[in-house]
Every structure is written in structure tokens, then in C-alpha cells.
Design a protein around this ligand. Structure first.
Ligand SMILES: NC(=O)c1ccc[n+]([C@@H]2O[C@H](COP(=O)([O-])OP(=O)(O)OC[C@H]3O[C@@H](n4cnc5c(N)ncnc54)[C@H](OP(=O)(O)O)[C@@H]3O)[C@@H](O)[C@H]2O)c1
Length: 294
């Protein structure tokens, strides 16, 4: 039986570490880190995601504000709100919960956010910095995958990593981060041929196809580690990943469950990004106070 990689537990440890750091800064007289979440419309799934993010913020001692906007809001009004948040010194992180109504441009919203406050890591400046190997705010899911693997002492060097999916928010950044960890990386997508064969050869398989029961026994090998990113609803309304967990989990070395794998890590990395943005703000704006504390 495979090692089940407990993302919920690892994420809890990270949240505790973040909470401890926040307490230390508060004790020194600094303000709390602040995250602002923009929620447009009434999508029930988005409302749950936003609530979970706010709960996590409260748990680690962040200030969190939800800007709930009507679904018919105009692009220019959103830009105005984002501009205000960009200027607000108490706001370290800004994110807009996706998906958004069709009349709005996701790209315009992402680009309106100050890259220093772009805690989703979606802004082209942060994407470019990641691609160039520079310091940046990382897309949370990709960062969560790497962090989870590091915390189980996964040895990345020279491993054949196969990433299924090439989206800007999951597949591409994950592939780049794995490359940075010295894996030999292949990216697969819907036009990839002989996928089962490619998967079967992979030491590390990260799957984000968004397809229930997609990864079966013939895609695996006994030394393989599988990270299942996807969130699908099966016919009974249950949340499942891409992997046929019952069939595959006895056959591989380690595997993440869905739920309880990558999902909690994504939220933990959102907190981590907000803390990173906060620490940069504190460093740049309170140098004198810091120096007198030393
Ligand atoms: N756990 C978390 O925190 C978290 C966070 C974000 C997303 N997710 C989940 O992760 C999944 C992916 O999200 P996403 O935003 O990346 O979705 P997406 O934009 O729809 O991307 C899916 C990718 O899978 C590829 N794909 C689809 N069918 C395939 C097939 N038969 N063979 C090989 N590749 C195939 C697509 O290829 P093409 O490019 O050729 O179409 C695409 O690149 C979703 O289930 C989403 O809910 C989870």
C-alpha cells in the first residue's frame, strides 16, 4: 500500500508556522498582514472557497476582507476597486475569486492587481519572474505541490516528472518549479499521444486533467509518486481527483488523496504568499523601527 501524503496535516503545520510568525510581528508592534478577496456574483462553489480562505486567514491572525460585488458590475468599476486596494497600505494581498461572469475580462482583472500584492501569483510580471528564475509570488497550487513534496523529503534531483495539464495556474508553473528542483520534466495535454506509456515511465506524476478515473493501473509503476491536483464531482456528488484511487493506491509508492491532498496546500500557500508580501512591506516601510529593535 502506498504512503498517503496527508496534505491537510502538512498544511496545518504550515498554518501554525505562519501564525507563530504573525504573533512575533504583532508583539513587536507591527500591524497584522491583510488579505482582500474580491468575489463577483453568487457562484455557490466560489462562496465556499472564499469562506474557507477567510477562515484560514483568521486562524493565522491575518485581517481578511471580502469585497462582494454584484454579478453585473462593470470592468471599470472593478478596476477602480482594485486600484484602491493597491493603494491601501493595510492590504498586502489581493485576489479575485475565479471564475468571474462572462462579460468581464479575467486577464484585465489580474493585470490591474499590483504584482507585489498578487498573492495568487497570476500576474504576467510574476509569471515572467518565475519563468526567469527570479524571486516572485508563486501560483499557490504549484507552490503547494512543491512544498508538500519537500516536506516528505522527496528527492527531486534527476527524477522523471510528468505533469498532465498546461494551464497557466496549475500545469505550467508546476512544470517550471519541478525543473527548478532539477527534475527532468515532460508536460502532457489533451493532444499528447501514448499518455499511458509516458505516465508509466514517470517517477513523479502530477495530474491536473480534471477527469474522474483518468489515471488507472496501466499508468503507474511501483516506484511512482502521484500528486492528484484535480477536483471533480462524481455521479454521487462526491469530490474525487483524476486517479482511480482504489485501483491505483495499492500499486504506487506514494499518493495524495482527494480531498485532503493538494487542496489544503493551495490555501496554505495563499497565506504564505500574503505573509511574504507583508514581510516585504514591513522591511521597506519600517526600516527605522526594525533597526531600533535589533
Ligand atoms: N487542488 C487545488 O487546489 C486546485 C487548484 C486549481 C485547480 N484544481 C483542479 O485541477 C484541475 C485542473 O485545473 P486547471 O485550471 O489547470 O484546468 P484546465 O485549464 O481545464 O486544464 C486542464 C488541462 O488538462 C489537460 N487535459 C484535459 N484532458 C486531457 C487528456 N485526456 N489527456 C491529457 N491532458 C488532458 C488539458 O489539455 P489542453 O490544454 O490540451 O486542453 C489542460 O491543459 C481541475 O480539476 C481543477 O478543479 C485544483
Amino acid at each position: 500500500m502506498a504512503q498517503i501524503i496527508d496534505g491537510s496535516l502538512i498544511a496545518k503545520e504550515i498554518r501554525q508556522e505562519i501564525a507563530k510568525q504573525v504573533e512575533q510581528y504583532i508583539a513587536q508592534g507591527y500591524r497584522r498582514p491583510g488579505l482582500s478577496v474580491i468575489l463577483i456574483g453568487n457562484d455557490p462553489a466560489s462562496e465556499i472557497y472564499v469562506r474557507n480562505k477567510q477562515k484560514a486567514c483568521v486562524e493565522v491572525g491575518f485581517e481578511s476582507t471580502i469585497h462582494k460585488l454584484e454579478s453585473d458590475i462593470s470592468q471599470s468599476e472593478i478596476s477602480r476597486i482594485i486600484h484602491q486596494l493597491n493603494q491601501d497600505e493595510k492590504v498586502d494581498g489581493i485576489l479575485c475569486q475565479l471564475p468571474i461572469p462572462e462579460h468581464l475580462s479575467e486577464q484585465k482583472i489580474i493585470e490591474a492587481i499590483d504584482p507585489k500584492k498578487d498573492v495568487d501569483g497570476f500576474h504576467p510580471i510574476n509569471a515572467g519572474r518565475l519563468f526567469s528564475g527570479m524571486d516572485s509570488l508563486l501560483p499557490c497550487t504549484a507552490a503547494g505541490i512543491i512544498q508538500m513534496l519537500k516536506r516528505i523529503d522527496y528527492d527531486f534531483i534527476g527524477k522523471n516528472a510528468l505533469v498532465i495539464g498546461r494551464s497557466n495556474i496549475v500545469g505550467k508553473p508546476t512544470a517550471i518549479l519541478l525543473l527548478n528542483e532539477n527534475c527532468t520534466v515532460t508536460i502532457a495535454h489533451s493532444k499528447t499521444e501514448n499518455l499511458a506509456q509516458l505516465c508509466q515511465k514517470a517517477d513523479l506524476l502530477v495530474t491536473s486533467a480534471g477527469k474522474e478515473n483518468f489515471i488507472r493501473a496501466e499508468y503507474t509503476n511501483p516506484d511512482q509518486v502521484i500528486i492528484d491536483v484535480s477536483i471533480n464531482r462524481n455521479q454521487f456528488g462526491k469530490v474525487v481527483g483524476d486517479v482511480d484511487f482504489k485501483e491505483v493506491s495499492p500499486l504506487v509508492k506514494a499518493i495524495t488523496p482527494v480531498p485532503g491532498g493538494v487542496g489544503p496546500m493551495t490555501i496554505a500557500m495563499l497565506l504564505e504568499n500574503t505573509l511574504t508580501a507583508y514581510l516585504k512591506f514591513v522591511k521597506n516601510n519600517f526600516k527605522e523601527q526594525q533597526e531600533s529593535n535589533i
